[in-house]
Ligand binder design. Structure first.
Ligand code: FEO
Ligand code: CA
Ligand code: CA
Ligand code: CA
Length: 697
C-alpha cells in the first residue's frame, strides 16, 4: 500500500514511421544536444574533461546506438536499439529476507544511502542519525524514488560518468531523528524543536549527484562512486522556485513570500519523474496535501486534494512560528489579505518541477500548464522535430485520473527548452467500454469550463485540475501511478496500482478499464494513440497485465479469502494474467500493486511494486519484474529488503548499468548495514551483469 506513515493524507481521498523508432532521441542524445549549446558550464575537473569529449563526439555525429563493446567477453553483439530484446535470466523466487536478491550472474552495489555526505563541506552520516537539520541540507535525502541518469558524454564514456538526479519522496520521522527523541511533539502537535523540523524539510526534495565508474583493474574496478563535484546539489523544501505557465501571477498563488504570485519555496513529496531531450530533470509533487492544514473554511482547491483541517500528528510543520514553517498553516490570518499570510501556499504545490542538473545555481521551475494534482510522474513520449511534445501524467489517489499534456509549439532540436511547457493543452482520459478512448481538453471556455460553472480562467482550471476533470466526466481510475512509453510498439502503459474503493464508493463503479471490484492487486492498462501520433485525441486501449497471486493459490484460498469476495465475476483477473495473450502466468509473475514502470533501452518493460506481503498469498517483499515485449512473459528479477518499496529506475545509454531505488526499508530491516549502522536507510542500487551484458538480457 502507498506510504502514508509520516503523512497521513487521506488518499481516499510523429509522423516518423514505426519501423524507425531509433530516430527518437534517447539518453545518449540528451546531454550532447544541449552541451552543443552550452560549452560554458564549468563543472569539476572531471566534468570539464567530459565536456570536451562530448563536443568531439557531437562533431562525429550521433553514435549513441553503437557505443560500448562491453567490458566482458562474449559481447561482440551490440544491441540494435530498433529491436527489443528478451529477458534471459532465471527468475528469483519471492523472498522475505532482509536483502536485495537478483538472479545468478548479476551484481548489486549500494550507492548514496540516506544521510550520506553529498555537497562540499557536508558532515559525514552519524549512525543512529544524529545529524542536525543544517547538516542534512548537505546530505542525501530520504525515501529515494524516481530518478534519471544523464550521461556526460556522447559515446562510451557516458556509460561510466554522468549525473544522477534522485527524488526524495518522504520521511520516516522515527528513522531520521535519534532514537532518544524520535521526533518531539507537544500538545496540539506543536513542534518545539526547530532543528527537527528543519531536518524533516531538508530530507525531502531532490539530490543531484555526479557519479562515475572505476574502470581500472583489480579491487574496486567496475564500482561506481560519487564525485566531489560542484554539480552536487540538494534541492529541498527551502529551495526558491519560479512559477511558470498560465498560473504564474494568478491571485490564487499570491502569498506573503511572493505577493506577485510568481515564486515559492521548495518541492514536496517528489515521487516519480521524467526527463527532457534538452537534458533537464522533471520531478513530480505527489502527496503534498497532508503537509498543510487549514483550521478555517477550506476552499475546493484544498478539499478536493485532501488538505486536512488540523495539523497531522506526525509533522505539524505549520505550528512552528518561523516564516519558512508557518506557511504550512493555511488558515487565513484575521484581518489580513492573501499577500500578508499563507492561505494560498498550498496552491504553489502539486506541480511538475523542472531542474537543470548542469547548473547548480539554477532556479527550479514549476510548470503550471501541466496541471495541479498528486503528480506521480511525467513521461515524455519520444519527441520528433517539428511536432509537439506529449507528456503523460498520472494522478495517484483512489479514483483519480490519467492526463496528458501536449505542447502548443513544435519541438526544435537544439533550440527547445523548458519554456515550451508554458503553452499547451492539458487533457484528461475518458475510457469507453468498447475499447476506445478520448482525451478531453481541460481548457478554459471549452467543455463547459466557464465562469458560470466555476472556472473563471485557465489559472482556475489548472489550480483545480481535479475539479475540472470531474466536470468533464473523465474516467476514474484505480490509482494512476507511473506511465511508460514503449517506443518499439508505440504503446503507452499505466500502472493502476490498486483501489479498495472500486465498486464500493458510489462515484467509482466497476467499469471496463477498471474491471475488478476492490481491486486489491492492481493491473496495467495500455493504449495506442490513433493515427500514430502521441498528440492524438483518440486512442484504443487494452488491459496488458492483471496482477495477483497465482491461480492455484487464489483457488485454494477460495471463499474464505475475504479480499476476493465479490470478485467472482472478474476472478480471472485476480491472478497474474496476460490479458492480451489470454494466458495465466505462474509463480514467477505473481505480484501485487504495480507502481514504477520503465521501458528500457533493451525493450524490456520493468515493473516495480509498492504493495503488501502475504504469506497466504505467497507474496514476499517488494520486487521488480521484467516483462518480455515479444512474448508477454513476466518474470521476477529482484526482491528487496524488509518493509521497502522498489521504485525509481534509470540506466546508462548502453543498458549495461541499471539504477534502481530501495525506498523506506523499515520494521525489522537493518538494510543496507553500512558501517555498523543498524537503522534501515533508503539507497540506490547499481545493478550490472557479471559478463558485462545488457541488464535483463
Ligand atoms: Fe509516490 Fe504513487 O507513489
Ligand atoms: Ca504506490
Ligand atoms: Ca513511496
Ligand atoms: Ca509510486
Amino acid at each position: 500500500m502507498d506510504r502514508v506513515t509520516s503523512v497521513p493524507v487521506t488518499v481516499t481521498v510523429g509522423e516518423e514511421p514505426e519501423s524507425n523508432p531509433s530516430a527518437n532521441p534517447w539518453f545518449g542524445d540528451i546531454l550532447a544536444d544541449r552541451l552543443s549549446r552550452r560549452r560554458a558550464i564549468s563543472g569539476g575537473v572531471a566534468t570539464a574533461v567530459s565536456l570536451a569529449v562530448a563536443s568531439d563526439a557531437l562533431a562525429r555525429g550521433r553514435d549513441d546506438d553503437h557505443h560500448g563493446r562491453g567490458r566482458g567477453k562474449g559481447h561482440g553483439r551490440d544491441h540494435d536499439s530498433r529491436r527489443p530484446l528478451s529477458p534471459t535470466f532465471t527468475a528469483v523466487p519471492h523472498s522475505t529476507a532482509d536483502a536485495v536478491i537478483v538472479p545468478e550472474g548479476y551484481s548489486v552495489q549500494v550507492l548514496i544511502p540516506e544521510g550520506e555526505a553529498l555537497v562540499r563541506g557536508a558532515a559525514p552520516y552519524i549512525p543512529g542519525d544524529f545529524n542536525s537539520g543544517a547538516e542534512r541540507e548537505k546530505q542525501i535525502g530520504a525515501h529515494h524514488d524516481g530518478m534519471a541518469y544523464f550521461p556526460f558524454v556522447h559515446g562510451d564514456a557516458g556509460n561510466r560518468h554522468g549525473v544522477l538526479c534522485v527524488n526524495h519522496e518522504n520521511i520516516n520521522p522515527e528513522l531520521i531523528h535519534p532514537a532518544t527523541e524520535g521526533g518531539t511533539y507537544e500538545a496540539g502537535n506543536f513542534r518545539p524543536v526547530e532543528d527537527e523540523v528543519r531536518k524533516e524539510l531538508a530530507s525531502h526534495g531532490v539530490s543531484v549527484v555526479e557519479i562515475s565508474r572505476n574502470n581500472g583493474r583489480g579491487r574496486g574496478s567496475g564500482a561506481w562512486r560519487v564525485e566531489a563535484s560542484r554539480l552536487n546539489r540538494r534541492i529541498n523544501v527551502f529551495t526558491p522556485m519560479e512559477i511558470t505557465g498560465p498560473v504564474r501571477g494568478s491571485d490564487l498563488l499570491k502569498t506573503k513570500y511572493s505577493p506577485k504570485g510568481t515564486r515559492t519555496r521548495g518541492t514536496l513529496n517528489n515521487c516519480a519523474n521524467g526527463f527532457t531531450p534538452w537534458g533537464t530533470y522533471l520531478t513530480c509533487e505527489e502527496n503534498w496535501a497532508g503537509y498543510f492544514y487549514n483550521t478555517g473554511t477550506r476552499p475546493r482547491e484544498q478539499t478536493r486534494y485532501g488538505v486536512p483541517g488540523a495539523p497531522t500528528s506526525t509533522l505539524g510543520w505549520g505550528t512552528r512560528p518561523e516564516d519558512e514553517y508557518t506557511r504550512f498553516n493555511l488558515t487565513p490570518v484575521e484581518g489580513a489579505s492573501a499577500t500578508q499570510d499563507y492561505r494560498n501556499e498550498a496552491n504553489t504545490f502539486g506541480w511538475v518541477v523542472e531542474i537543470d542538473p548542469l547548473d547548480p545555481k539554477s532556479t527550479p521551475r514549476k510548470h503550471t500548464a501541466l496541471g495541479r494534482m498528486g503528480h506521480e510522474g511525467a513521461e515524455l513520449a519520444p519527441v520528433t522535430a517539428g511536432r509537439p511534445i506529449t507528456v503523460y501524467l498520472g494522478d495517484d489517489a483512489r479514483g483519480e485520473y490519467l492526463y496528458k499534456f501536449v505542447t502548443k509549439d513544435a519541438y526544435r532540436p537544439g533550440r527547445t527548452n523548458g519554456s515550451i511547457f508554458d503553452r499547451g493543452t492539458l487533457y484528461v482520459a475518458k475510457f469507453e467500454a468498447d475499447g476506445t478512448g478520448r482525451w478531453v481538453a481541460l481548457e478554459f471556455g471549452r467543455s463547459g469550463l466557464t465562469a458560470e460553472n466555476g472556472f473563471a480562467s485557465q489559472a482556475e482550471v489548472l489550480v483545480n485540475t481535479r475539479s475540472a476533470a470531474d466536470f468533464v466526466g473523465a474516467t476514474r481510475m484505480d490509482r494512476p501511478e507511473w506511465t511508460a512509453v514503449n517506443r518499439f510498439k508505440r504503446e503507452v502503459y499505466l500502472a493502476c496500482t490498486n483501489n479498495s474503493q472500486r465498486g464500493v464508493a458510489a462515484n467509482q463503479p466497476v467499469n471496463a478499464a477498471n474491471p475488478r471490484a476492490r481491486n486489491p492487486d492492481g493491473h496495467i492498462i495500455g493504449w495506442r494513440e490513433r493515427g500514430g501520433h502521441y498528440e492524438s485525441t483518440r486512442f484504443d486501449w487494452f488491459i496488458l497485465f492483471a496482477a495477483g497471486a497465482t491461480r492455484e493459490t487464489v483457488l485454494a484460498l477460495g471463499a474464505a479469502d475475504s479480499v476476493y469476495q465479490g470478485d467472482v465475476q472478474y476472478a480471472v483477473q485476480a491472478f497474474p494474467y496476460n490479458a492480451l495473450k489470454q494466458r495465466f502466468l505462474g509463480e514467477e509473475a505473481s505480484l501485487n500493486s504495480p507502481d514504477g514502470m520503465y521501458v528500457a533501452r533493451s525493450g524490456i518493460l520493468w515493473i516495480q511494486t509498492d504493495g503488501y506481503s502475504s504469506a497466504s498469498r505467497g507474496f514476499g517483499n517488494q520486487q521488480m519484474l521484467a516483462a518480455d515485449p515479444k512474448t508477454g512473459d513476466l518474470r521476477r528479477f529482484l526482491t528487496g529488503p524488509v518493509g521497502c518499496e522498489i521504485t525509481g529506475i534509470t540506466e546508462t545509454p548502453d543498458g549495461r548499468t541499471l539504477f534502481v531505488n530501495i525506498q523506506h526499508p523499515e520494521g525489522s530491516s537493518t538494510w543496507p548495514n553500512i558501517n555498523g549502522e543498524t537503522r534501515p536507510r533508503s539507497a540506490t542500487l547499481v545493478i550490472t551483469k557479471d559478463d558485462g551484458g545488457i541488464v535483463g538480457t
